[in-house]
Design a binder for this molecule. Sequence first.
Ligand SMILES: *Cc1c(COP(=O)(O)O)cnc(C)c1O
Length: 803
Amino acid sequence: MATPLSDHDKRKQISIRGIVGVENVAELKKGFNRHLHFTLVKDRNIATPRDYYFALAHTVRDHLVGRWIRTQQFYYEADPKRVYYLSLEFYMGRTLQNTMINLGLQNASCFLDSMATLGLAAYGYGIRYEYGIFNQKIKDGWQVEEADDWLRHGNPWEKARPEYMLPVHFYGRVEDTKDGSKWVDTQVVLAMPYDTPIPGYMNNTVNTMRLWSARAPNDFNLRDFNVGDYIQAVLDRNLAENISRVLYPNDNFFEGKELRLKQEYFVVAATLQDIIRRFKTTKKGCPGRTSFESFPDKVAIQLNDTHPAMAIPELMRIFVDIEKLDWDTAWDLTRRTFAYTNHTVLPEALERWPVELMETLLPRHLQIIYQINQVHLDRIASLFPKDMDKLRKMSLIEEDGIKRVNMAHLCIVGSHAVNGVAEIHSNIVKTQVKFCFCLPMLFCILTWGKYLLQVIGEDYVKDLSLLQKLNDFVDDAAFIRDVSKVKQDNKVKFAQYLETEYKVQINPSSMFDVHVKRIHEYKRQLLNCLHIIAMYNRIRMNPSAPFVPRTVIIGGKAAPGYHMAKMIIKLITSVAEVVNNDPVVGNKLKVIFLENYRVSLAEKVIPATDLSEQISTAGTEASGTGNMKFMLNGALTIGTMDGANVEMAEEAGEENLFIFGMRVEDVEELDKKGYDAMSYYKKIPELKHVMDQITSGFFSPKNPELFKDLTEMLFKYDRFKVFADFEDYMKCQEKVSKLYQNPKEWTKMVIKNIAATGKFSSDRTITEYATEVWGVEPTDLKIPPPSEPREAIEETARALKKM
Ligand SMILES: *Cc1c(COP(=O)(O)O)cnc(C)c1O
């Protein structure tokens, strides 16, 4: 086999943007013209670019439909164990390009949708928000939010399925009858499913993502209290339909709003009805599965964070109240069905729903949670007699302050497997939760390579670990040149994009130092900002000294209610204003705040990055996904020993990353000792200078007090200890600049990094989940394409059953 690495074009594909050639051109053209005419009712004279996009999207979708239907037929025939991924958020990128690649309509490789690629009978379930994450505008240096009306022009990928609409109940009361508990007098909202196809990579598998939209029933408010006021009743339909109106934009922050709890229960209730209907509608020969004994053998449900945690009491309610199973049987089946992934260790992010709210909205579920807790606490009491402190800590109900349900604890007791998202994070989860030693549960360590990775050459597409072959080319002068040329091309392209879209000019020969992710104190954009100011001061103090030119690019959305995060954006834009307009600085340093960071922008900026900033306080970033995306796309990392950075350093060798700052143990020690920001300020002259400038209004001359809250936080109550890592960060950045002056050595290190990314494939991650958590086996069995007769499906189904 010719090594793909000797092929220049394939190396070019390291870039996410390396789209080359399109096959089946003639067929695509025909479908395209047909859709432009019949679906969009336009001709070439009046069609807009959006019309062309929609015509192409519909054409590509046509290629999916046959495979989509066949995949579902195949699942019906073969009756494999189904895997359900429940999430309140799906971070979808661009569907069109992704779909074309997976169908082989484009022969470049890009995101692989791992579950479909691995041939798993998988379903994603969530909410079809009318408004997704807001669009960010920067006005006068401040973040301004705009609604994301993403459905305005329709969505060519989704198919509404009104015939599968399901009722979801809220409020009401519990009636105890001799026939068991009954939840009565409820208000009903309907859940309407919208299906989106999820194609696997070149394997004819097309799975389904089903998102629920809230609809008011036609008799909404017309039966009881609003009798007679027809107009008002119709207007009030909005109230019910608000459930799926908008995605809550918080990042790592719990806001206990009733509407959010409604959303969480809405997706759970509709999804579980759907799962149980599918479980019962099984193959001819065993119609209407009557026993639930086999439920956990046929159904695995993955809870993405605690957001869908109400699925646990909901499944118990279905088993006990509706299907009339006894409690112990129901609980055993429930625990064997669910697995839970924890995504954060920040206490303010943990969901703790007030008991009072839950009692009003979901009275029967609260009773069930209390009963689960009773059994759970009895068990702990028997294991640790008289340890009241343990009982209090491990209870599902928190009693200090207002009573709350701890949703993480509910997930842990209601699941057979719990995992964090990186090795270090799983270890932190274990020690913080303090559960693992007394409950028979599996804490597995799975790294989250969620954002599917970029690949070189045919064989690498399905096995990223083959990238380690790149190590053979670390000293190959021609290869080094090619890699650095690819990076340079990407930088030029991104610079051109910034120029056309935002009218800002950057120098493509400067180092692109990129820090893009949600704006949060723990991610420490402030540390980066202090470094920018320190560099600026060094240039001004000594303008003739050599300086390695940098373009620092920072981007990310702040949660709309997060004051400090918004101040951080304002500080960055204010510093940028000063630095970019100082003639002494010239071409040496540029600061760009990248507006509206989102998946489609990530695809542009990440391949153009030289230096990736991953500088969270050790122990705060569960894993991160950006860190891995940058590494795979040929950036070097400056980072702390946090989240997946730890494994990146392990895989590539610590000497091939720029690791700095406190380790988790150092942070813990400093916490014990007491973090004193002022001591660093006094000790480090450069830090003092920088802070004095911010405090005195150097970057906000019209309003010297502007950053008072921010500086006060840094000095008095900085939970994330920015100053403690300042000095080491500065030194580490000097090493970065020094290496950047030697392009050959820099690129060698880049190659070593890319070669070490094999572990961070989502295919690998999903394979681990499949075998260790869900009890299913990935297959490379190909479902017969639409060109083959229907019997071929049955034949393949029989083959799968024999495996
Ligand atoms: C990858 C990604 C993230 C997550 O970045 P982290 O560095 O892991 O926080 C956030 N937003 C977008 C658009 C991304 O592509």
